[in-house]
Write a protein that binds this ligand. Structure first.
Ligand SMILES: *[C@@H]1O[C@H](CO)[C@@H](O)[C@H](O)[C@H]1NC(C)=O
Ligand SMILES: *[C@@H]1O[C@H](CO)[C@@H](O)[C@H](O)[C@H]1NC(C)=O
Ligand SMILES: *[C@@H]1O[C@H](CO)[C@@H](O)[C@H](O)[C@H]1NC(C)=O
Ligand SMILES: *[C@@H]1O[C@H](CO)[C@@H](O)[C@H](O)[C@H]1NC(C)=O
Ligand SMILES: *[C@@H]1O[C@H](CO)[C@@H](O)[C@H](O)[C@H]1NC(C)=O
Ligand SMILES: *[C@@H]1O[C@H](CO)[C@@H](O)[C@H](O)[C@H]1NC(C)=O
Ligand SMILES: *[C@@H]1O[C@H](CO)[C@@H](O)[C@H](O)[C@H]1NC(C)=O
Ligand SMILES: *[C@@H]1O[C@H](CO)[C@@H](O)[C@H](O)[C@H]1NC(C)=O
Ligand SMILES: *[C@@H]1O[C@H](CO)[C@@H](O)[C@H](O)[C@H]1NC(C)=O
Length: 529
């Protein structure tokens, strides 16, 4: 069988590394059936365990009980009471956390400012009614939580935690220690303008385990001198509405701006949880500008529907010292993935397929670069070597089949999915040649029929690998998956694959012999169910 030939290299977006600006929401929506398919179940119980350097995973508002209400409506110069409706019509400057838990509603009138300009300070309104924030209102603190049935942020209002981060999680290396004015890291790495050791990165990435519920502060930019000239990290924001969330203002957890003597801070964390999210505002956890730009922070969205006019960004900060090298973009995790807000998404749905190369002559290399690749009941077939770079790969009832073997050339393929790989409902990635699958986040084979199979398989760098019941990670292949490449052709050349430990004398290997598969996991957990 011969497929349509795709000679072209699919280059849909310059992914990840240099300051990608996450663009507006794409306008088309997936058909409903597919919405369900891509609805991922977040797993938070797994997150904390491996812990070191990866930050706190649980959401730790200090005011978690109703008894924690720290100020009455009158003390905020409001009229009414929190257990009915409290209308706040004048500004307050706070010197400590503000926690409000009530069964009523809160309205903050236009032009009012509620400010706690202390790094790490909390402002939390958790009510069962609604929270209405008027036009031009400013709420400024290190962590801000709003939780109600309906939450609305009026035009030109801001919730601003920019540069007001408390301490980032212990043992994170987000703040660069050298005196090079590099940017801080968090969701993406900070930039450095000094190219040493062949790297021009500043502060490191952390908090991978909390992709779906990020709750870490951003970190500070490095300095050129012993004094601190770097920007501070971005704070944290959680907005929850069991019904409607309107964002016509700005929701900011950006990294602080550095200077000509210091790097930008990295962006902080934003969690948005709503039944319906509307508005034409901005949600940003971008990195701060500086001598080296700060990395972007992390945003997670868990909404049944999202209107398209919101701007959601996690881009890295610009570098004053080296304009061509910005901080790296952070992460946006959409737990439902029904709408996506990044450039260059590829969706293959309902029996669609992409085919690269010629079956008789699988010697070429093909490249696919995109932010996200979503496959539902679809096939990607590659004759030759395949190099894929995406942030997110989601497969439902789909196949990626790589035929990497000609008579005497063996091509290895490399799939890199930085944030997340999820295979569901009988999805298989297979290669009859060498296959490397790399990532920094999660790899999840959810259940029966899901598998990754190759003649030689390298899985590495993942933070967390889950192989669910009935899923299979296999190397080498059994006969059923054989195709144009036969392991014999290698053996005839008297060069044994280097991964084989104590091969038989003739180097004739077949699936009835025992073999050793090396799985090198650099980071934390491997969970086999
Ligand atoms: C409202 O709260 C105040 C204390 O904050 C309490 O004294 C009052 O009884 C409450 N009213 C109702 C109707 O629950
Ligand atoms: C309430 O208003 C008064 C006068 O307008 C002001 O002095 C006071 O600081 C305000 N209270 C708070 C908590 O800001
Ligand atoms: C939330 O807003 C919707 C639409 O404006 C309204 O129908 C609903 O009653 C509101 N819920 C609460 C608890 O105020
Ligand atoms: C609001 O209160 C509820 C119940 O205590 C809690 O589960 C939730 O996490 C709180 N939300 C925020 C943003 O603190
Ligand atoms: C948010 O806060 C930062 C740091 O204080 C400030 O530079 C920025 O102008 C603020 N943004 C808005 C929209 O108010
Ligand atoms: C990186 O460079 C610094 C000095 O610039 C040096 O001390 C360090 O050993 C180098 N690290 C590596 C891994 O080469
Ligand atoms: C944003 O939306 C509001 C209504 O939600 C509308 O009044 C306003 O004009 C819009 N602003 C822009 C710039 O489109
Ligand atoms: C990962 O797989 C397990 C089953 O093995 C499933 O329970 C879990 O929800 C999956 N996680 C995601 C993020 O899909
Ligand atoms: C597999 O290899 C062993 C040892 O070379 C040989 O004895 C056996 O017959 C082979 N099995 C198959 C199915 O080729």
């Amino acid at each position: 069988m011969r497929c349509i030939i795709w000679w072209a290299v699919l280059l849909l977006a310059a992914a990840s590394l240099v300051g990608v600006r996450a663009d507006r929401l794409p306008s088309s929506a997936l058909p409903l059936r597919d919405l369900d398919r891509f609805a991922l179940v977040p797993i938070d119980s797994l997150a904390g365990g491996g812990g070191d350097g990866d930050g706190g995973s649980s959401v730790d508002f200090p005011c978690q009980t109703y008894s924690a209400t720290s100020k009455s409506c009158e003390e905020l110069n409001g009229s009414g009471s929190f257990n009915t409706t409290c209308v706040i019509s004048s500004s307050s400057s706070l010197d400590g956390d503000l926690c409000v838990y009530s069964t009523g509603s809160v309205e903050i009138q236009s032009h009012v400012k509620i400010i706690c300009p202390v790094r790490g300070c909390y402002i939390t309104f958790n009510v069962s009614g609604s929270i209405r924030i008027g036009e031009h209102v400013e709420i400024i603190a290190g962590s801000v939580g709003l939780d109600a049935a309906n939450v609305s942020l009026g035009l030109h209002s801001t919730i601003n935690t920019t540069a007001l981060a408390g301490e980032p999680p212990p043992q994170t290396s987000g703040t660069p220690h050298s005196l090079e004015g590099a940017g801080g890291g968090h969701g993406g790495r900070g930039a450095s303008c000094k190219v040493s050791n062949d790297t021009n990165w500043g502060g490191d990435v952390y908090a991978w385990s909390t992709l779906d519920s990020p709750w870490s502060y951003g970190s500070m930019g490095g300095s050129m001198l012993a004094d601190q000239f770097g920007g501070y990290g971005g704070g944290r924001i959680m907005l929850r509405a069991s019904e409607f969330l309107y964002v016509d203002g700005q929701v900011l957890a950006e990294g602080g701006v550095g200077s000509l003597k210091g790097g930008g801070g990295s962006g902080g964390s934003i969690i948005i949880h709503a039944f319906k999210l509307y508005g034409n505002g901005t949600i940003s956890a971008a990195g701060g500008n500086g001598w080296g730009g700060g990395g972007g922070g992390r945003i997670s969205l868990d909404c049944y529907s999202i209107q398209q006019d919101l701007e959601i960004t996690v881009h890295g900060g610009q570098s004053f010292g080296c304009a061509q090298n910005a901080g790296a973009a952070g992460t946006i995790y959409d737990s439902s993935l029904q709408t996506l807000k990044v450039t260059g998404q590829i969706r293959l749905l309902s029996k669609s397929s992409i085919c690269f190369g010629l079956s008789e002559n699988p010697i070429s290399e093909f490249e696919l670069v995109a932010e996200e690749l979503l496959m539902s009941d679809a096939v990607i077939k590659v004759y030759g070597a395949f190099r894929m770079y995406v942030k997110v790969l989601l497969m439902w009832d789909s196949k990626i089949q790589i035929d990497g073997g000609a008579k005497d050339v063996v091509l290895s393929s490399m799939l890199e999915a930085r944030n997340l790989v999820v295979l569901r409902h009988g999805s298989v990635i297979s290669s009859n040649a060498d296959l490397g699958v790399y990532g920094q986040g999660r790899l999840n084979l959810s259940g029966p029929g899901d598998g990754i199979k190759a003649r030689r398989l390298f899985l590495s760098l993942f933070y967390n690998i889950e192989v669910g019941p009935g899923s299979l990670v296999q190397a080498p292949l059994n006969e059923a998956v054989q195709s144009s490449l036969d392991a014999l052709s290698r053996c005839n050349s008297k060069t044994c694959p280097s991964e084989l430990i104590t091969p038989p004398d003739d180097c004739h290997v077949n699936s009835s012999l025992s073999y050793t598969l090396q799985v090198r996991i650099i980071y934390y957990d491997v969970i086999f169910f």
